[in-house]
Ligand binder design. Structure first.
Ligand code: SF4
Length: 301
């Protein structure tokens, strides 16, 4: 493919993914989770194209989460803001410190004093998910668009298989229609980049000459998590069988749909005693559970 055809093919796949899975409606108010990295910027850029050329609807709003990762997130946020200003996009910044009470750096400092300490990503992903959801709703969004790409989906699915997290695979079914009770709490998420591999998004951004923050989060490499080994496995295997990521995605979609429908037939939900969100079978939801754990550690030290 020449460069122009490659760019067109990526944009076509985003369009087709959106229409194949009915991700958007012209009346939607879209909030985009923006980090300043290549994926979320490619997503926002493509949604702008679609909004201008196809739907002629409201402009997406960018929601930037500042986890408080020194020397990393502050830099990527600058790139995100620069893009929003250039494209005249409304943006909002929400920080872990203001909303959750602790920045990620503060949480990580508890590593040596807490026996319950998890990995940085365990805290970060739970808190970020909640803040994105709550603030996208506050901004009046009807859809929250996230930049997860094909490689992210393949990697997460393989990890969940390795750890036999069957229920989680069902919960992650990306095309689910949540029961009414859950829809009052959770905004619908969409993943328009889910059929594009990470390296192709990078190439797309480079060819389009859209500036993005190129570095990975330092905790992705420093914590001894299995995720990076799984990613390496996918990248190595893909050299011999390029279809492997697509096969993992389609297996994930089929399996997660089956498990989701099987598990959600008779589901009932406890509500968190602190925030009132669904908490599965537990007294507190995961977000409040982590907050309680960190508060207790602080009091004890
Ligand atoms: Fe958070 Fe970094 Fe982990 Fe991503 S890699 S979940 S930004 S700590």
């Amino acid at each position: 493919m020449c460069n122009d055809c490659f760019i067109n093919s990526v944009e076509k796949i985003v369009n087709k993914t959106i229409s194949k899975y009915n991700m958007l409606d012209p009346s939607d108010s879209i909030v985009v989770g923006l980090s300043g990295g290549k994926d979320s910027l490619a997503l926002l850029y493509n949604l702008l194209l679609i909004q201008r050329e196809t739907y002629n609807s409201k402009k997406p709003i960018a929601l930037i989460i500042n986890e408080g990762i020194e020397g990393y997130r502050d830099e990527s946020i600058k790139v995100a803001i620069e893009f929003c200003k250039k494209e005249d996009i409304e943006y909002h910044i929400v920080s872990f410190e203001d909303e959750f009470g602790y920045s990620l750096n503060e949480i990580i400092n508890q590593k040596d004093i807490s026996k319950d300490y998890l990995y940085a990503c365990n805290y970060c992903s739970t808190i970020r998910r909640r803040l994105l959801n709550d603030h996208a709703k506050k901004l009046g969004g009807s859809k929250l668009a996230l930049g997860h790409n094909l490689t992210d989906f393949a990697e997460t699915f393989l990890m969940n298989i390795l750890y036999k997290r069957i229920e989680l695979i069902g919960n992650q079914y990306p095309l689910k229609e949540e029961p009414k009770i859950l829809r009052t709490f959770f905004i619908k998420k969409i993943f328009p980049l889910m059929r594009i591999p990470e390296d192709e998004i990078q190439l797309y951004m480079n060819l389009k000459e859209i500036k993005y923050y190129p570095k990975h989060c330092p905790y992705r490499d420093s914590d001894p998590i299995l995720r990076k080994r799984v990613l390496q496995f996918i990248q190595d295997t893909k050299k011999m069988s390029p279809e492997i990521e697509f096969n993992l995605l389609s297996s994930f979609l089929d399996l997660s749909e089956l498990i989701y429908h099987k598990n959600n037939k008779h589901s009932s939900y406890e509500l968190c005693q602190k925030c009132g969100y669904p908490s599965g079978t537990k007294k507190f939801c995961r977000y409040c559970g982590l907050q309680n754990q960190l508060k207790t550690n602080k009091l004890m030290n």
